[in-house]
Ligand binder design. Structure first.
Ligand code: AMP
Length: 515
């Protein structure tokens, strides 16, 4: 796969940047420590871990890589690719229940646990669990693998588990050839510069983290990441940013909005910043205008795409666009991708300007969900391309339209999937977890909005035992139980109690009335 060639091919001569700084850096500011990794180390270390994986990992099974931001995570992702294996990142934010579900779905995978603490999952669900010490021992052994082992073609390069409406996470498989196609497109959004530094902020479980892992590495950028402690405090984040030398910012609009709330977030803090890539949720005009004011010399890009296709559109958002077009377009289709807008009822293709469901077709469309042919069949298909050849297509569930200039607009969802601070959440996923809490009889989860954006989740609950009071203590206990089942960002902020739910004419719980 060409992305890997770029990295390994650059070993040695790219060990240091022009200023002598390492080319791939992961800084941590907890206790003043910082971790750095050069392109040369990434190449040699991933070779050594790959050699270990070829011997130790079950053949053809994704390797689960558990942890948070650390250079060794990156080493292991590349090592899996060099061993011809798919990697599935799992973040420490996932509770044991979710981790176990992922292990069970894959079926006894090898787990590499790089978390500071213990592995959260049940070790009996893994073929074996390899800790950081074993990874370091493999690196010290210094073995290597031949290029013939490297991942290629239809083998999934990665498997990302995202919130599923069935109450279980679903694994999006991205074939190696799709990663190549995405790299061909997205590398163009990283300016050519000798000393580029990109912000690898979002968790590895979120497709946006791959923007610079794939395209940033292909451009020879330094990847800059924060440790979780630094993400908790804006003060620590700003200190780290000031020392980062960032040239390309990558985040969700929510995160940059949080930063913009502080007037110190400006060109003085990030004097080298020339490129801002935002993705994952609605980018509001007001945010764009504020950003343009704070960073007048930077190019600001809105990009869009679900995990199932990777990012597929981009557009430069300048003052004229942010003032004149509301909502902002998500952009022009990039790479070998096309968008089709269809009537959600009839499936008929709609002309420019008409709102319908967005379908995305082309080279970066996923192979489907891991071991879920039913879910895959429901949203993936093959359509006929312009030259008559079959093209893979994904039904996004997004509502939107294409304008006469070929710009795509995304106007929200047609279903119950929401974006909360950039995290993709299926409301049904939270509802299913809630009804597993013994105190809960029935549950409906709604998204509360502020200024056209989801601000928090509200759970409407009928308690299993009518004698139990729906009070603060009950809410606290339910939230604590829920935290054992879903990541914390999926736990509703507010719980409203009902003796019974009103039904609509179809006999279903009347969600509109609850809202
Ligand atoms: P994820 O799979 O987590 O990347 O989430 C993908 C979904 O986020 C899309 O299907 C859209 O609903 C939403 N989304 C992503 N990027 C944008 C954007 N730039 N503007 C509006 N919504 C977006």
């Amino acid at each position: 796969m060409s992305g890997r060639e770029q990295v390994s091919g650059s070993a040695g001569e790219r060990d240091c940047g022009p200023s002598g700084s390492p080319r791939i850096s992961q800084f941590t500011h907890g206790g003043g420590s910082s971790h750095r990794l050069t392109y040369g180390e990434l190449d040699a270390w991933s070779d050594a871990v790959a050699a270990y994986l070829v011997d130790a990992a079950p053949v053809g099974k994704p390797v689960v890589i558990y942890g948070h931001k650390s250079p060794l995570m990156l080493v292991c992702f590349i090592a899996a690719a060099k061993a011809g294996l798919t990697y599935a990142p799992v973040d420490i934010a996932y509770p044991a229940d979710r981790v176990n579900d992922i292990l069970a779905q894959i079926g006894h995978p090898l787990v590499i646990s790089l978390a500071d603490g213990d592995f959260a999952g049940d070790e009996s669900l893994a073929s074996s669990v390899m800790g950081a010490a074993a990874v370091r021992a493999a690196i010290a052994a210094g073995r290597s693998v031949g290029r013939e082992c490297w991942i290629d073609g239809d083998t999934p390069f990665y498997l990302l588990f995202t919130s599923g409406s069935t109450g279980r996470p679903k694994g999006v498989q991205m074939p190696s050839r799709c990663v190549d196609a995405f790299m061909d497109y997205f590398t163009g959004l990283f300016p050519v510069r000798e000393d580029g530094v990109s912000f690898n902020r979002v968790p590895y479980t979120f497709d946006v983290s791959l923007f610079d892992i794939i395209a940033g590495l292909a451009r020879g950028y330094t990847l800059f990441a924060l440790e979780s402690e630094d993400e908790q405090s804006m003060r620590a984040t700003f200190d780290a940013l000031a020392a980062s030398g960032l040239t390309t910012w990558i985040s969700t609009p929510s995160f940059i909005e949080m930063c913009l709330a502080d007037p110190a977030f400006n060109e003085e803090l990030l004097p080298r910043l020339d490129n801002v890539i935002l993705c994952g949720e609605v980018f509001r005009n007001a945010t764009a205008l504020k950003l343009i004011e704070r960073f007048p010399s930077a190019r600001i890009l809105n990009t869009y795409g679900p995990t199932e296709t990777q990012a597929v559109t981009d557009i430069v958002v300048d003052e004229a666009l942010a003032t004149e077009v509301n909502p902002l377009p998500v952009g022009y289709l990039g790479g070998a991708m096309a968008a089709i807008v269809r009537d959600p009822e009839t499936g008929e293709t709609l002309p420019c300007g008409e709102v319908g469901e967005i379908y995305l077709a082309g080279d970066t469309v996923s192979a489907g969900y891991w071991a879920r042919p039913d879910l895959t069949e429901a949203v993936f298909s093959e359509i006929e391309g312009e030259d008559g050849a079959p093209v893979r297509c994904y039904k996004t569930g997004d509502k939107g339209y294409l304008d006469g200039e070929g710009r795509l607009f995304c106007l929200g969802r047609l279903d119950f999937q929401v974006k909360l601070n950039g995290f993709r959440v299926e409301l049904a996923d939270v509802e299913q977890a809630l009804v597993r809490v013994p105190a809960v009889g029935e549950a409906v989860v709604l998204a509360a909005e502020r200024d056209g954006k989801v601000s928090h989740l509200v759970a409407h609950v009928r308690l299993a035992d009518p004698a139990v009071p729906g009070d603060f203590a009950t809410s606290r206990a339910i939230k604590a139980a829920l935290k054992e089942l879903v990541p914390e960002y999926m736990v509703p902020k507010k719980i409203v109690y009902h003796d019974e739910f009103a039904l609509n004419v179809n006999g279903k719980i009347d969600r509109k009335a609850l809202a």
